[in-house]
Design a protein around this ligand. Sequence first.
Ligand SMILES: Nc1ncnc2c1ncn2[C@@H]1O[C@H](COP(=O)(O)O)[C@@H](OP(=O)(O)O)[C@H]1O
Ligand SMILES: [Mg+2]
Length: 272
Amino acid sequence: MSFSLDSLCEPLTILARDAGDEIESISRQALETRQKSDDSPVTAADLAAHRCLVEGLPGIGKAEWPVLSEESASVPWAIRSGWETYWLVDPLDGTKEFLRGSDQYTVNIALIHRHRAVVGVIGKPRTGEIWYGQSGLGSWYQRGPQTPWQRLQVADRRPPRLVVSRFHRGEKTRQLIAAIPDVEVEELGSSLKCCRIAEGLADLYPRFGPTCEWDTAAAQAIVEGAGGALVRGDDWKPLEYNRGESLLNPPFVACASLDGAWRAGWDALDSA
Ligand SMILES: Nc1ncnc2c1ncn2[C@@H]1O[C@H](COP(=O)(O)O)[C@@H](OP(=O)(O)O)[C@H]1O
Ligand SMILES: [Mg+2]
């Protein structure tokens, strides 16, 4: 790509914090909730963050890069199929967590180039924390606007530490947990599960239930930048983006290592 990705870090970080401020300025008590077709909620906070990102992104990177947002995702495949480089965003990932008063929701911004997530930014609006990653090159964490960036590196522990969704788990996740001896399990909302892996504080995030491309893109760049992987659960290849009409991801795992101590439990599940 004839573009210096390093120059994106500062403006993307500022934009993710601005979108987070939009979310925080809206009182969750007064929120009206509408259900989307996949039965997930959408609120004025999602829409305020969406507007902030859609207005801000064309001024970052190249103006001609399109923006695909969870809140404006109905771009026909006939148009999307011509996109080589575009922004893929989830303005408020973890809306259910937001509505229940938890702080486990995020703003996700990814740059996709030729079907791969090359840059990812995840902001945690309640705390002002930011995770930034460039796939294969490095990932960093910043606690707040004036604090230094820290380099992230995955750590592969035995016995493995799993992170799972609080609301979207399913029977197969339960079976996997039962199949891994001495496993530790932490429940966490949104893409923060992948941030935990990038930080070296978790080893595996299995996701068998449905997710959309904007849920994983930023997280994948950050996990890969920290030395980990985010792969399909069937062929172990990295998740790819904008490959067809559907924006649903297949089942996947994010992990510190594909040969982690959890793998025997996974293989036993597959052959059962
Ligand atoms: N039936 C479904 N189809 C598609 N995506 C779904 C879904 N159920 C949940 N999700 C995705 O899972 C995300 C929440 O994940 P988690 O439980 O790990 O926090 C939701 O993010 P949003 O809150 O952005 O809608 C949503 O995108
Ligand atoms: Mg989401």
